[in-house]
Design a protein around this ligand. Structure first.
Ligand code: G3I
Length: 300
C-alpha cells in the first residue's frame, strides 16, 4: 500500500515526509519513502544556516541531493525554510541596520528560490515568527524591521517563483481559540488584505497523546483566514497513538482547504524527538499500528 496514493484517492494532494541526504542514502529508509510518500521536505538542508553559514559561500550539496532525488523519484518538494530565527547564520544574526537586512532577505530568497524554480511546489517562506500569545517573536528580523520583514520576504518569494505556493508555518497551532492560533489568523488576515502574497498556513503539529482530537477545530480556524490552503507540515505524535494519528488524518480529510500532510521523519530511530517514538515506522522500519490504522481508514 501507499499512504500517499490512498490520501490522493481520498481527495487530498499529498502525504509526505521529512528527510535528507544521509537518510536517503540508507536503502531501507529510501525504499519506504519511494513506496509510501508522495512529497519530501528537507529536514535541515534548505535552512539558511545549512546553505550559507558564511556570507556568499553556498553549500548546495545536500539541498541539491534532496531536490534531485525528489525529481528522479517523482516526489513533490516542500521547501523549508527561508526566514527562520533558528539555524540562522551568525552573519545574519549580527546585521545591525534595517537596509542591510532588507537586502540580505531579498538576496537570500531570490538566490535559493531561483535555484530550485519550478521544482519546489510549496515554500515555507517564514517559519515560527509568532509567540505563544500571537504577537511577533523577537528576532533580528522583528527587531530591525518589525512586521515589514514578512512583506519583504513574501514579495521576494512571489517574484522569485510566481508558481510556488507560499506558506507561513508555525508550531503549537493545535487547538482552536488558542492565543497563537488567534494571532495567526488575525495577522495573516491583515497582511493578505494589505497585499502580502501569503497562499497558505502550515501547522507543524508536533503533538502529544490526546491532542489529535483538537486538530480539526484548529484547522477550521486556520482555514478561516483568507488563504487558499492550509497544511499539516511536520506531524509527529508522542507514542504514536492510533486514535491521535487517525484523528489528524480525518481532520485534514474533513477540512476542505487542508491540502496535505507531512510527517517529520520515517523511523522513530531518526526522529528529532528521541525516546518519544512519534513516527509511523519503528526503529527497524516496520510499520506501526498507527500506519496500519491510517491505511485502513483510507480504505487502501
Ligand atoms: O550536521 C551536524 C553535524 O555535523 C554535527 O556533528 C552534529 C552535532 O550536533 O550536528 C549536526 O547538525 C544537527 C542537525 O539537526 C542535522 O542532524 C544539529 O545539531 C541539530 O540541531 C539539527 O536539529 C534539527 C532541528 O530542526 C534544528 O532546530 C532537527 O534535525 C530537525 O528535525 C528540526 O526540525 C524543526 C523544523 O525545522 C522546524 N520546526 C521544528 C522542527 C523540530 O525541531
Amino acid at each position: 500500500a501507499s499512504i500517499h496514493d490512498a490520501f490522493v484517492a481520498a481527495g487530498k494532494t499529498y502525504f509526505g515526509v521529512a528527510t535528507d541526504q544521509g537518510l536517503l542514502q540508507r536503502e531501507s529508509n529510501a525504499a519506504i519513502i519511494q513506496a509510501n510518500f508522495g512529497q519530501v521536505t528537507g529536514e535541515n538542508s534548505m535552512k539558511w544556516g545549512s546553505l550559507e553559514s558564511t556570507q556568499g559561500s553556498y553549500n548546495w550539496g545536500p539541498a541539491d541531493f534532496l531536490a534531485d532525488w525528489a525529481v528522479e523519484n517523482g516526489k513533490e518538494i516542500r521547501g523549508h525554510t527561508l526566514i527562520w530565527h533558528s539555524q540562522l547564520p551568525g552573519w545574519v544574526e549580527n546585521i545591525g541596520d534595517a537596509e542591510t537586512l532588507r537586502e540580505a532577505i531579498r538576496n537570500h530568497v531570490a538566490t535559493v528560490m531561483g535555484r530550485y524554480k519550478g521544482k519546489i511546489f510549496h515554500w515555507d517562506v517564514v517559519n515560527e515568527i509568532l509567540n505563544e500569545d500571537g504577537t511577533l517573536r523577537d528576532s533580528v528580523f522583528s527587531r530591525l524591521l518589525g512586521e515589514e520583514f514578512v512583506q519583504i520576504a513574501f514579495e521576494a518569494a512571489r517574484e522569485a517563483d510566481p508558481d510556488a505556493i507560499l506558506y507561513i508555518n508555525d508550531y503549537n497551532l493545535d487547538q482552536a481559540n488558542y492565543g497563537k492560533v488567534n494571532g495567526m489568523v488575525s495577522l495573516v488576515t491583515k497582511w493578505v488584505e494589505a497585499g502580502v502574497p501569503i497562499d497558505g498556513i502550515g501547522t507543524q503539529t508536533h503533538i502529544s497523546e490526546g491532542m489529535g482530537a483538537n486538530v480539526h477545530g484548529a484547522l477550521e480556524q486556520l482555514a478561516s483566514a483568507p488563504v487558499n490552503e492550509v497544511a499539516i507540515t511536520e506531524l509527529d505524535i508522542r507514542n504514536s497513538p492510533v486514535e491521535d494519528y487517525t484523528a489528524v488524518v480525518q481532520a485534514c480529510l474533513d477540512v476542505e482547504k487542508c491540502t496535505g500532510i507531512t510527517v517529520w521523519g520515517v523511523s522513530d530511530k531518526d526522529s528529532w524527538r528521541q525516546g518519544d517514538n512519534p513516527l509511523l515506522f519503528d526503529g527497524s522500519f516496520a510499520p506501526k499500528d498507527a500506519y496500519n490504522a491510517i491505511i485502513e481508514q483510507l480504505g487502501a
